[in-house]
Ligand binder design. Structure first.
Ligand SMILES: Nc1ncnc2c1ncn2[C@@H]1O[C@H](COP(=O)(O)OP(=O)(O)OP(=O)(O)O)[C@@H](O)[C@H]1O
Length: 382
């Protein structure tokens, strides 16, 4: 028979177990619900994974080893936008026609970073903490930003402004701070802000209160950077609309470079670079093509060559694979093994001057139509 004492103890024990179980279930349910309700939790998880991957890459090449726990949760979100110099796929050799600007940028920014010890001897020699690249779209600003980071061996934070405008009040300010604290931890580092005018345009009454506070925080952090002599962090901005930038921002970017629409000989150099590994027919005259393309950006020239090359490829397919009307894909497979010829060697794939001229006509028409649509839209708005 059980003693009355034994029964009471049993009851108490069962009660304690029940209370513990209910507490544990409540705790984990609440945690799960909070996680499910927080729209940022998934983003943070993903950011953490990417950041860990990036830090591993950083560790494989750097003497200093970084661990995820060295960074707070906001720095981890920013670290997911980190690019190591080894991963940057652009070097100066990929940029044509901009030798003068490149020379100046190398002397102003790259050398003081690469030879920090030497350049520390004078305050006046140090690399600027803010550099602005301005000019029309498609003329090489992003290419230049990446090539600077690669040449100077700097880590590159490609700042996605959308990440900073987090809708949870207060987070934006913490993320703005994290951009700078992370950059300092992993220096030498470039904070690259493309279309900087859309982020830091004239601060005005139109700004939401949280956005205005985030911008103020960003500026405060930037000021802190300017006053720390031994910190090797550079804010590099790119814009098509420098006139929209606040004067206070322009002051923080003392080094400014205009990357304009390429002129005749620059276009020729860009065309040569784009077509350097393509098969060209002797009819191709790059000087003439450059003469015929005033107002074209580097990006337009690339598109022009792509169209011409695709046109040639389609012609080749039609002639060799007999892909006529009603042909099904399977019937006309190109059998490399049975042909004594490879695609690479085929003269039929050579780009002709005619292909480039045809492509030019098509592009001029579509540019003209786009311009007209733009003007019509403007008139409608008036
Ligand atoms: N000087 C150049 N030399 C070689 N390629 C160029 C040059 N300028 C532009 N390009 C080509 O145009 C593409 C777009 O250039 P990029 O993104 O650097 O322009 P951007 O000035 O940053 O434009 P956006 O203001 O629209 O961001 C490049 O990927 C490259 O293919």
């Amino acid at each position: 028979m059980d003693s009355p004492d034994g029964g009471t103890h049993g009851h108490i024990l069962a009660m304690v177990v029940r209370v513990c179980a209910v507490t544990a279930i409540t705790y984990y349910s609440a945690k799960w619900m909070l996680g499910a309700l927080d729209p940022n939790s998934k983003m943070r998880k993903k950011a953490k994974q990417v950041a860990e991957q990036q830090l591993r890459k950083l560790n494989s090449s750097a003497a200093q080893k970084f661990r995820t726990r060295d960074f707070n949760e906001h720095e981890v979100v920013i670290a997911s936008h980190l690019v190591t110099p080894e991963d940057i796929d652009v070097s100066w050799a990929d940029i044509a026609g901009l030798d003068g600007v490149i020379q100046e940028l190398r002397e102003t920014v790259v050398l003081p970073v690469r030879h920090r010890e030497l350049f520390r001897r004078s305050q006046l020699w140090r690399a600027p903490k803010g550099v602005l690249l301005h000019g029309p779209p498609g003329c090489g600003k992003t290419l230049i930003a990446k090539a600077i980071a690669k040449d100077a061996g700097m880590r590159f934070i490609n700042l996605d402004v959308a990440v900073l405008t987090d809708k949870w009040y207060g987070e934006s300010q913490k993320l703005a701070t994290a951009v700078f604290t992370l950059a300092q931890k992993i220096q030498p580092c470039i904070i690259f802000i493309d279309e900087i005018e859309s982020f830091l345009r004239m601060r005005g009454s139109g700004d939401h209160e949280a956005t205005a506070m985030m911008k103020t925080q960003f500026m405060l952090q930037w000021d802190g950077l300017m006053s720390s002599a031994n910190v090797c962090v550079l804010v590099l901005g790119a814009t098509n609309r420098p006139q929209d930038l606040d004067k206070a921002i322009l002051r923080r970017m003392p080094a400014q470079f205009h990357i304009g629409v390429p002129h005749d000989s620059q276009r020729q150099a860009i065309l040569r670079l784009i077509l350097q590994s393509e098969q060209l027919n002797p009819s191709v005259n790059l000087k003439e093509l450059a003469r015929l393309t005033p107002g074209f950006s580097g990006s337009d020239l690339r598109e022009l060559c792509r169209h011409a090359s695709m046109y040639r490829m389609r012609l080749f397919m039609r002639e060799n694979l007999n892909m006529g009307e009603g042909a099904s894909e399977g019937e006309f497979q190109w059998d490399f093994a049975s042909k004594d010829q490879s695609l690479q060697d085929s003269q039929q794939l050579e780009i002709h001057m005619d292909d480039l001229l045809k492509s030019l006509t098509v592009m001029k028409v579509s540019k003209f139509q786009a311009h007209n649509a733009f003007v019509e839209k403007d008139l409608e708005l008036d």
